[in-house]
Design a binder for this molecule. Structure first.
Ligand SMILES: *Cc1c(COP(=O)(O)O)cnc(C)c1O
Length: 480
């Protein structure tokens, strides 16, 4: 990997410039009082065009991206995103001010309506809203729907049950929606069963939030029995559908008794994500919850598309305007380019790839739950002379982005690997070979792992500090 680029401020020299248009010959009256205009920006670097281009290229090379190689983060579905989606999302036709009169943006409204139809068809839910801006935002929206529904039924409840394997966003979303969280244990197979659930089913339980397939990559096969037990108790079943990539075109949560779910467009339906980029976490509901969906909602009325801004039972607005529209453009482009018949192959290939990795690595790594897995596999660092972190850091030296580490929490030293459907057998074989090599090094030359990474611009970081107090600006002479 390239070394850190020269800081642009250090190569700055008085008088250098990156543009060469010359002075304007157009006479214009300044719209702003010249006294208020800056003549120079204090401390702004002065560099040539070549230097600025090289500076940004060098910075870009410090990044790792899916366009560069495998990105096997589990619970993330970091799949390759076809460039046609980006092209369409960037095309001028879709750019519109949110206050544009609806007659002038019929195409945009139709796009949102058609995406909702696709999601309904793929999940078997009765209706969708694409307003939430991320998975966690979808969870929060879903739990507000649960709360309003139960309240209007005259049976408000205060507890939400969440399995110990859940994604961390589940308990926080339910908490922010006003609920008390109770954790329920997974069984030896790594899933929830009705017997284990029964003692928790009191009349104060509003809902159970279940991730399916769960964060071990295991399908919650008792889901219909669990849905029945919940419904008999007057409780609802929320499904975290961020792992829908494993089920696409094969299983419809709506057929399994799910009352409300969210999916992640930026995982399953192709939008580059990570680093806080724009996401979208549509929420789907069963028929009895349709009136509670947030507004605004796109509706078709007499061949034209319009927008409903208020509905008597709706939880109201949860996002300004309509949500992350350009993520919806990408999702619909992705679905249309696959076609309804081929969507299923996404899940089939994702599951095949993950199981190929599992099979090839299960002799060299501990598999804490032997239960069959779908789109991802979770190993542990049991019996290894080094820690999961050391293996992840050593992968960087071999040019691979590491897998998710130390999650789910129920696995000691978890290594959670999700290759997705977009990786070829050749890439997977390369990854497997590198993993085996690293595991050999762990026994023979553990220092190579303990001191990794050596090939990256920066070595081991204080990751907590980097996340909590990132240094995002550089000013000559000081960091702030
Ligand atoms: C990614 C993920 C989420 C949260 O989605 P964000 O868009 O990151 O908020 C929730 N649950 C599961 C299982 C996930 O994988």
């Amino acid at each position: 990997m390239s070394p850190l680029p020269d800081l642009i401020f250090e190569i700055s020299r008085e008088g250098k410039t990156a543009h060469g248009l010359g002075a304007s010959r157009v006479q214009s009256k300044p719209a702003i009082d010249p006294g208020l205009l800056r003549t120079a920006i204090a401390g702004f670097p002065q560099v040539s065009e070549v230097e600025i281009v090289r500076h940004y290229m060098a910075l870009a090379r410090l990044n790792y991206s899916l366009d560069q190689g495998l990105y096997p983060l589990g619970s993330c579905t970091m799949k390759y995103n076809p460039k046609i989606n980006e092209k369409l999302a960037a095309s001028e036709e879709f750019q519109a001010h949110p206050y544009t009169p609806h007659e002038l943006v019929q195409g945009n409204l139709e796009l949102m309506a058609r995406l909702e139809e696709w999601l309904v068809a793929l999940t078997g839910m009765a209706g969708f809203t694409c307003a939430p801006a991320a998975g966690a935002h979808g969870e929060f929206t879903g739990m507000l729907i649960v709360r309003k529904y139960l309240k209007e039924k005259g049976d408000p409840r205060r507890v939400v049950l969440i399995p110990d394997s859940a994604h961390g966003t589940n308990p926080s979303s339910a908490h922010f929606a006003g609920y008390e969280i109770r954790e329920i244990p997974s069984n030896a197979e790594g899933i929830i069963d009705v017997e284990g659930l029964r003692p928790f089913l009191k009349n104060d339980v509003a809902a159970l939030m279940m991730t399916n397939p769960n964060t071990l990559g295991i399908f919650e096969k008792n889901i219909t029995a669990i849905a029945d037990a919940l419904h008999a108790n007057g409780s609802l079943l929320y499904m975290d559908g961020a792992n829908l990539n494993a089920l696409l075109g094969i299983v419809r949560p709506g057929d399994l008794g799910v009352d409300v779910m969210h999916i992640n467009l930026h995982k399953t339906f192709a939008t580059p994500h990570g680093g806080g980029g724009p996401g979208s976490g549509p929420v789907g509901v069963a028929a009895h919850l349709l009136p509670y969906l947030p507004v605004p909602r796109v509706v078709k009325d007499g061949g034209k598309y319009g927008v409903v801004f208020a509905a008597p039972h709706s939880i109201g607005r949860i996002k300004n305007f309509y949500g992350q529209f350009l993520v919806m453009v990408r999702a619909l482009a992705y679905l249309c380019s696959l076609g309804r018949e081929n969507v299923r192959q996404v899940a089939e290939d994702a599951v095949l790839n993950a199981n190929y990795l599992r099979k090839k690595l299960q002799d060299v790594l501990d598999l804490p739950y032997p239960t069959a897995t779908l789109h991802e596999v979770v190993f542990s660092d049991k019996n290894l002379p080094v820690k999961t972190l050391d293996i992840a850091k050593r992968l960087l030296d071999y040019g691979f982005h590491p897998f998710t580490i130390y999650f789910p929490l129920i696995v000691h030293g978890a290594m959670m690997i999700e290759p997705t459907e977009t990786e070829s057998k050749e890439t997977l074989d390369e990854f497997i070979a590198v993993m085996k090599k690293i595991l050999l090094e762990a026994r023979e030359q553990p220092d190579l792992l303990l001191q990794a990474p050596r090939q990256t611009p920066v070595r081991r970081l204080d990751e907590t500090l980097a996340a909590r107090q990132p240094v995002l600006k550089w000013h000559k002479g000081e960091n702030r």
